[in-house]
Design a protein around this ligand. Structure first.
Ligand SMILES: C[S@@+](CC[C@H](N)C(=O)[O-])C[C@H]1O[C@@H](n2cnc3c(N)ncnc32)[C@H](O)[C@@H]1O
Length: 191
């Protein structure tokens, strides 16, 4: 049995453990809702999930997926039509877990993709709001031009975070093509 074959699988493995202790969860890029669904299915009771996307079409798909596959009434899922760098306007207080799955909506307009400046800004805001012991997962896709820039930017920024406050890992399949998706996993260890 193949256990881990890509960065999304690695992120889900780590997220599953982190969800055991999470109460406030942000899906920064809801897209077609696969990550939102995963978060909802694995969340503990009373978890509140905020799922952001700038595309109404994406949120529509994500909401439909949630209604079809997750019938839980012991958690709350809020779909928010806004950019992830506006998170502070929608989420009061601390965040326990945030997930970014960057790039464009599969099956959608490839021109509408996450952008370096906005992504970095959102990541900085989430790090500020992250509770000690909380986690952020960022899956990057260096296989397309904007994704390559974004990937390098996130990697450089994350590598510069002080280890007194954050533990940072970078996970990538190294025998796949050179531009295989990668996971940046950040844990807040101090403040
Ligand atoms: C790779 S898809 C996400 C996949 C999704 N997590 C899933 O499981 O289906 C990236 C999404 O990010 C969204 N996006 C782009 N810029 C954004 C921004 N500034 N704020 C929030 N979402 C954004 C796109 O509209 C797209 O739906």
């Amino acid at each position: 049995m193949q256990v881990l074959s890509n960065s999304v699988q690695i992120s889900h493995t780590l997220l599953k453990a982190a969800l055991d202790r999470a109460q406030i969860v942000v899906d920064a890029t809801a897209g077609n809702g696969n990550d939102t669904l995963f978060l909802a299915q694995n969340a503990r009771r009373s978890t509140i999930i905020y799922a952001f996307d700038i595309q109404a079409q994406a949120l529509c798909h994500a909401r439909e997926k949630m209604h079809e596959f997750c019938k839980r009434d012991d958690i709350e899922v809020n779909f928010i039509h806004a950019s992830h760098d506006e998170v502070a306007q929608y989420v009061n207080g601390s965040i326990d877990l945030a997930v970014f799955n960057l790039g464009y909506l599969p099956g959608g307009d490839h021109a509408v993709t996450t952008k370096c400046e906005t992504t970095l800004n959102a990541l900085k805001i989430m790090l500020e709001k992250l509770r000690r012991g909380g986690h952020i997962a960022v899956v990057v896709y260096p296989g397309h031009a904007e994704g390559l820039k974004e990937s390098q930017l996130i990697k450089d920024f994350a590598a510069s975070l002080a280890k007194k406050y954050f533990t940072v890992g970078w996970y990538q399949m190294i025998n796949h093509n050179n531009n295989a998706p990668a996971l940046c996993w950040i844990e807040k260890v101090g403040e």
